[in-house]
Ligand binder design. Structure first.
Ligand code: NDP
Length: 605
């Protein structure tokens, strides 16, 4: 590995990493403007892509309401269709399906998980992605095709936010209200709100004074920039642009912005570790050798490697399987003590980070710029990034990288101020991400979910999740929550694989419940207690290692000790994916509805 570990001095490395952490671990670092209530920035949430059309409120009774028309909601809908469910309404704030791929249309948007495992239902739709890593437009078109195939768009209510859902004991239905005055009732209620649905807008002094156009990357304003996701941003030819954020989103925007703007300032708080992506058109022979079931097998191969399981072949063979899997699961020799193993893990991590720092040196010509781009923290500390053009784009003479490890001082009418220096920009773009995994489900769902006895999910989960399989919760009958990180399920780098499993479970379970004439299910107290105990029991407190990390979403912005074991995973660490799937599939197979209390109708429908 280039840069290797030959000159490795663990004490010196630790000291350097801690010093870099401390430059970033500053008060107020995680403060945000809450876009749900912030009047000044309320327009940041508006949909720039689809005109809002007035409509009459809808009042009806359906089988299933699904909140969210992204990957999880669409897959749940598809599986429900397969189970024979007819009346399904997806409700989404967006103007169409696609979820995160509906909203994120910034220039250069793509997915760094391989397209053959990220795009769901490729076999059902007979589709082969055009590139190894798909751009956003192709992903959105594919998700629209899934919606069409299973007729999920016709009855969907778009540009509609759910304002409340309440369980009706007398009718054994959920009553769902929306901000368009709709009143829906449904037998089954499915939450598929995702983890990237709440924009994160940092609180920066003076930000509301900025005089020019500004927006978040998940609501790209092509009216200001001109062009499109794959077209030159013609409106920026005479504009100075400021981009805040260098995470997975920020780095993807930089090459197109650099190509179009008069000048681009990139404000970087923490450099990402940016590995090679190696994008290319899909091999023309790829489809020829595929057997039925190939996509699941390919997803499983990736997942097995990500979990450190021995495999004969690495089908994906990219930075995730080489670097991420390696540092998560260093080989452990027989008889090795924990301390020895941890030292090995640290050394391996160092070698991987050295390779990333070396890549910066190779690709960035200005030495000072290269220095501030080098990530000094462990690879496990932050979500890694992959890109083939980002670092090179920083060599453009019209691009300036501005180092602001403690964040920017303030924003004035003219633009950001860093270290007392005013950067004058015409347009300011926030690539500052989302209130993601650690944000509780009840906040991400954006509405009160009121179960039996008037208990809210927010109230019940205030001190952490409490569930069966991370998908059902006692006191909230007939409610399914699609599995996601931070809520007693498992974590997968390829989110689609988790959504596929969740959807198969929801579709399979509702199909069986309907067939058995079950009117109401609730989770038994014992089953929920047992599941929650398993989650808490397998929680590994990694705060000793993670507190040395640069602050990030993964370590709770520098406070891993405050993470709640109840919001952990099934199994240690990121969770036991294969064990979790076996449990869910076994539960469906044996058809005994174990862990549920059922009320059965006298006659099946
Ligand atoms: P991130 O949260 O990963 O990054 C936000 C960026 O904004 C960071 O660089 C952060 O700095 C910076 N930032 C936040 N607040 C401030 C501030 N006050 N001053 C200066 N900088 C600030 O968001 P992204 O949108 O990049 O990515 C979010 C997630 O979306 C990813 O983790 C991934 O899950 C998904 N995604 C996936 C893609 C894919 O290819 N699969 C592509 C894009 C997104 P700091 O690092 O210091 O916090």
């Amino acid at each position: 590995m280039p840069g290797g570990a030959a000159s490795y001095d663990p004490e010196a490395v630790r000291a350097r990493y801690l010093a870099e952490r401390d430059r970033r671990l500053v008060p107020g670092r995680a403060d945000i403007r809450d876009l749900r209530t912030d009047e000044h920035f309320a327009r940041y949430r508006d949909d720039p892509f689809t005109p809002f059309v007035d409509r009459d409120p809808v009042a009806d009774n359906v089988d299933v309401v699904i909140v969210g028309g992204g990957i999880a909601g669409l897959l749940a809908g598809a599986q429900l269709r397969k189970a024979g469910v007819e009346r399904i309404r997806i409700v989404d704030q967006a103007g169409g399906v696609g979820g995160t791929w509906y909203w994120n249309r910034y220039p250069g948007v793509m997915c760094d998980v391989e397209s053959t495992i990220y795009l769901p239902m490729l076999e059902e739709l007979g589709t082969i992605p055009t590139r190894r890593y798909a751009f956003g437009g192709e992903i959105l078109a594919h998700l629209e095709a899934v919606a069409d195939r299973f007729d999920l768009g016709t009855d969907a209510l778009f540009h509609t936010g759910v304002t409340g859902a309440r369980w009706q004991e007398d009718t054994a239905r959920w009553r769902v209200r929306t901000d368009r005055g709709d009143e829906l009732t449904c037998r089954w209620y499915v939450l598929a709100v995702g983890i990237l649905n709440l924009l994160k807008l940092p609180a920066i002094a003076g930000m509301e004074d900025f005089a020019g156009p500004s927006f978040h990357t998940a609501r790209w304003d092509y009216g200001t920039t001109g062009g499109g996701p794959d077209e030159p941003l013609t409106g920026l030819a005479d504009k100075v642009v400021g981009l805040i954020g260098t995470g997975a989103t920020g780095i993807q925007c930089v090459p197109p912005l650099a190509a179009s703007a008069k000048h681009l300032y990139v404000f970087q708080r923490t450099p990402s570790a940016i590995g090679e992506r190696g994008n290319r058109p899909t091999d023309p022979g790829f489809a020829a050798g595929l057997e039925p079931g190939w996509q699941r097998a390919r997803m499983d191969n990736f997942q097995a490697i990500m979990m450190g399981r021995p495999t004969e072949v690495d089908l994906i063979d990219d930075g995730w399987t080489h670097h991420y899997a390696a540092v998560q699961h260093p080989p452990r020799d027989e008889g090795m003590t924990t301390a020895e193993y941890l030292r090995r893990a640290e050394k391996l991590d160092y070698a991987v980070m050295e390779a990333h720092r070396h890549r910066v040196e190779e690709l960035v010509s200005d030495r000072a710029t290269a220095e501030i781009l080098k990530p000094y923290y462990r690879y496990i500390c932050k979500r890694p990034c992959f890109h083939d053009e980002y670092l090179q784009a920083l060599n453009n003479p019209n691009v300036t990288l501005v180092d602001c490890p403690a964040g920017m001082e303030r924003i004035t009418g003219q633009g950001p101020v860093v270290d007392g220096k005013q950067f004058e920009v015409d347009c300011l773009i926030y690539g500052t991400g989302f209130q993601a995994e650690l944000t509780p489900l009840f906040r991400r769902s954006g509405h009160d979910i009121v179960g039996r006895g008037g208990v809210t999910l927010a109230g019940k989960w205030a001190d952490g999740a409490s569930s069966l399989y991370g998908m059902m919760s006692r006191g909230f009958p007939n409610l399914f929550v699609m599995p996601a990180p931070g809520q007693q399920a498992v974590v997968t780098v390829n989110y689609t694989q988790l959504a596929v499993l969740g959807a198969e479970f929801v579709g399979g379970a509702i199909g069986q419940l309907e067939a058995r004439g079950v009117e109401v299910f609730d989770v038994s107290a014992e089953a929920e207690e047992a599941w929650t105990e398993r989650i808490v029991g397998s929680y590994v407190d990694s705060s000793a290692v993670m507190s040395a990390c640069t602050p990030s979403r993964i370590n709770n912005e520098g406070h891993p000790e405050a993470m709640n074991p109840r919001n952990g995973n099934y199994g240690r660490g990121l969770g036991d994916w294969f064990g979790y799937r076996e449990l869910l599939e076994g539960w469906l197979r044996d058809g005994r509805f174990e862990g549920l209390e059922l009320e059965v109708r006298s006659t099946a429908p």
